[in-house]
Design a protein around this ligand. Structure first.
Ligand code: PBG
Length: 324
């Protein structure tokens, strides 16, 4: 069928027709809202490179959770800033650590919320790397034990889902085994399976105070140039028992999301990261773009590429826009 018999514009005539044939929808219940928890009481600290995002103390979590639930966002992912850091990141698995307290608070005050935790050491190590340092290098296998301990402590505090983000080899199976040994076989693992060594994490590192104090993360996070390696990483995590595969960042890696969608049948998550958020916010503040429309178009592109779940600092803004 060619013009003039077929006219694609026929179905674009009105909003009602356009919405009738719309292929992709955004829905707040598939958003995950990231939250930074800081020590102290009554704290709500702005993060300069992430307008609209705050570091909040444990007592503020209930309010944050209620706002999310009221907007139809049922899941949050937690990041913690510990009181003190050390070489082994021991604050990550402290029984009364910042995340463990946050999980308990949320499970008490907002039981309907799905509480996901980021399992990683970089916020807890004084050197800022995601693993232990041996001979000036981030050591893989000795890090696994600390990650497993951390994961278990999150589960014991009541977390609903764990999201390891460190990119050590073998961590999904190590965490799965530790959880199962302690009867947490029903807690799913959302693996940051494909996480690139990206400059888009800049604002997050300010927010979570976790910049590496020497070197960079390129010996464990992936090279942005690689696609086949992403498929190998994802396949390994499937074998190791991951329940959800995450790609991170999102927009600069839509091709990777799409490839994973084609090759795997597990749910796919995408992390629309801090730098991706900051760029839109900054341009909108300058009046150079329409912030709401660019936000919506961006999140839609992530969905269209094949992500089921979107982790995004825009969760609440987008949910509000969807209500209009
Ligand atoms: C921890 C972690 C990072 C992010 C999520 N978990 C930072 C990093 O790997 O350097 C980044 C999230 C964002 O930029 O929004 N490893």
């Amino acid at each position: 069928m060619v013009f003039p018999e077929y006219r694609p514009r026929r179905l674009r005539k009105s909003e009602s027709l356009r919405s009738l044939i719309r292929e992709t929808q955004l829905s707040p219940d598939q958003f995950v809202y990231p939250v930074f928890i800081t020590p102290g009481k009554n704290k709500r600290e702005a993060i300069s490179s992430m307008p609209g995002v705050f570091r909040i103390s444990v007592d503020q979590l209930k309010r944050e959770a209620q706002q999310c639930l009221d907007l139809g966002i049922n899941s949050m992912i937690l990041f913690g800033l510990p009181e003190k850091k050390d070489a082994m990141g021991s604050g990550a698995h402290a029984k009364d650590g910042i995340i463990q307290r946050g999980i308990k608070e949320l499970k008490n005050k907002a039981p309907k919320l799905t509480v996901i935790t980021d399992v990683c050491l970089c916020e807890y190590t004084d050197h800022g790397h995601c693993g232990c340092i041996i001979n000036n290098a981030v050591d893989n296998d000795s890090t696994l034990e600390i990650l497993a301990k951390t994961a278990l402590s999150h589960a014991q505090a009541g977390a609903d889902m764990l999201a390891p983000s460190d990119m050590m080899d073998g961590r999904v199976s190590e965490i799965r085994a530790r959880l199962d040994e302690h009867n947490f076989e029903m807690i799913p693992i959302m693996s940051y399976a494909v996480k690139y060594a990206s400059a888009f994490y800049g604002p997050f590192r300010e927010a979570a105070d976790c910049s590496p104090q020497f070197g960079d993360r390129k010996s464990y996070q992936m090279d942005p140039a690689n696609v086949r390696e992403a498929l190998r990483e994802a396949a390994l995590d499937v074998e190791e028992g991951a329940d959800i595969l995450m790609v991170k960042p999102a927009v600069a890696y839509l091709d990777i999301i799409s490839r994973l969608r084609d090759e795997f049948d597990l749910p796919i998550a995408a992390y629309h990261v801090s730098g991706e958020y900051a760029m839109i916010k900054a341009a909108a503040e300058k009046g150079w773009i329409d912030g709401d429309r660019v936000m919506a178009e961006t999140l839609l592109s992530i969905k269209r590429a094949g992500a089921d779940i979107i982790v995004t600092y825009f969760a609440k803004d987008m949910a509000k826009l969807l209500q209009k």
